[in-house]
Design a protein around this ligand. Structure first.
Ligand SMILES: [Zn+2]
Length: 293
C-alpha cells in the first residue's frame, strides 16, 4: 500500500514529515511519501487550476454554485495565490467536491490503483452544500480519490465552544484580533486557532480517517476517544486527537492489526468522490471567514 501526502498546507506550524511518520507507524505495511503541493508539482496546469478554483468559489453560502465563466480578476487572483508558495492567504470558500474532482486529474494513471491512497493537504477553506438545510458547511475533510484535508477547515469547520460565540456576540464592535487571541488562550482546552502548534497532532487523526476511508469505506468511529471520531465541536476534536487515553478504539486497533498481518482491509476503494452522507460531518454553516494562517 502506498500513501501519497501532497503538502499544500503552507504552514510552518504543520510538521508534515511527522504526520507521515505517524501514518507509517500505524499502517506498517504502507509506504508513505510526502510530495509537494499537488498544483505546484504540475506547474503547466497552473492556469487550469486557477480557473477551477475561480469556478468553485462559493459566492453565496445559501446557494449551490452554478457553472459560470469566472472573471479575469478572479482567475488571476487564484493564479497569483497558487504560484507563490509563500502566499498564505485564505478566506474564499470553495466547493470541495468541485476541487476534489479537479485534483483527480493530477493523479498519474499508474497510481490510480486499489493500493494507492492520495491525500491532499490544503490551506484553503472547502465547503459542501447540504441538501438538508440548503446551505454550505465548511469541512475539515472530504474523502475520496483524492481525499482533501483543509488545515484552515480544522479550525473553521468544527464549532467552537458556545461560550466563545456568546462572548463574541456580547463584545459586538469591540471584538478584534486581540480579543480573538485572548479568547483562544482562555478556551485553549476547548478550541484551536490558526497558529496552533497542536494542529500537527490533530492532522494525524484526519490522515488516518482518509486512509480508513480508502481502505474500508468507513472513515469514522462512534468512540469519542478514537482518532476516527467525527468531531462536530473543536472540544471533541481535541479530545479524540490529543487528550484521549488511547489512539484507536479496540475495534480499530484490531482492524489495524489485521492490516499488519495482511488480513483483508484492502478491498475495493469506494467510487471517486463518493461521500458517506449519513456520517458526513455537520460542521459550521459558512459565515464570513477572512484571515491568514
Ligand atoms: Zn474507533
Amino acid at each position: 500500500m502506498e500513501i501519497y501526502i501532497y503538502d499544500g498546507s503552507r504552514s510552518s506550524n504543520l510538521n508534515v514529515p511527522e504526520i507521515a511518520q505517524y501514518a507509517r507507524e500505524q499502517l506498517r505495511k504502507a509506504i508513505v511519501e510526502v510530495r509537494r503541493d499537488i498544483v505546484q508539482r504540475s506547474p503547466q496546469k497552473l492556469p487550469e487550476a486557477a480557473r477551477a478554483f475561480a469556478r468553485a468559489k462559493v459566492l453565496n453560502p445559501m446557494k449551490k454554485i452554478e457553472d459560470r465563466e469566472p472573471l479575469y480578476g478572479e482567475v488571476s487572483y487564484e493564479e497569483n495565490r497558487m504560484s507563490d508558495a509563500k502566499n498564505m492567504t485564505f478566506g474564499n470558500i470553495y466547493d470541495g467536491f468541485v476541487i476534489q474532482e479537479h485534483f483527480g486529474n493530477y493523479i498519474p494513471k499508474e497510481e490510480l490503483t486499489l493500493r494507492s491512497i492520495h491525500i491532499v493537504l490544503t490551506n484553503q477553506l472547502l465547503a459542501t452544500f447540504d441538501e438538508g438545510d440548503l446551505r454550505y458547511h465548511i469541512r475539515s475533510g472530504i474523502f475520496g480519490i483524492p481525499s482533501l484535508i483543509s488545515l484552515t477547515g480544522l479550525v473553521e469547520g468544527p464549532a467552537r465552544p458556545r461560550e466563545f460565540y456568546l462572548l463574541k456576540q456580547s463584545m459586538g464592535p469591540r471584538w478584534d484580533g486581540a480579543a480573538m487571541a485572548q479568547s483562544a488562550e482562555e478556551f485553549r482546552d476547548r478550541m484551536v486557532d490558526h497558529n496552533d502548534p497542536r494542529l500537527t497532532e490533530i492532522m494525524k487523526g484526519y490522515v488516518m480517517q482518509a486512509a480508513f476511508y480508502n481502505l474500508t469505506g468507513a472513515p469514522f468511529c462512534e468512540d469519542v476517544n478514537c482518532r476516527l471520531f467525527n468531531a462536530h465541536w473543536q472540544e471533541e476534536m481535541i479530545k479524540a486527537q490529543i487528550t484521549s487515553p488511547y489512539e484507536f478504539c479496540p475495534e480499530h486497533e484490531k482492524a489495524l492489526k489485521a492490516l499488519h498481518q495482511g488480513k483483508g482491509g484492502e478491498g475495493s476503494p469506494p467510487e471517486a468522490g463518493a461521500q458517506p452522507k449519513a456520517d458526513a460531518p455537520k460542521e459550521q454553516p459558512v459565515a464570513q471567514v477572512r484571515g491568514r494562517t
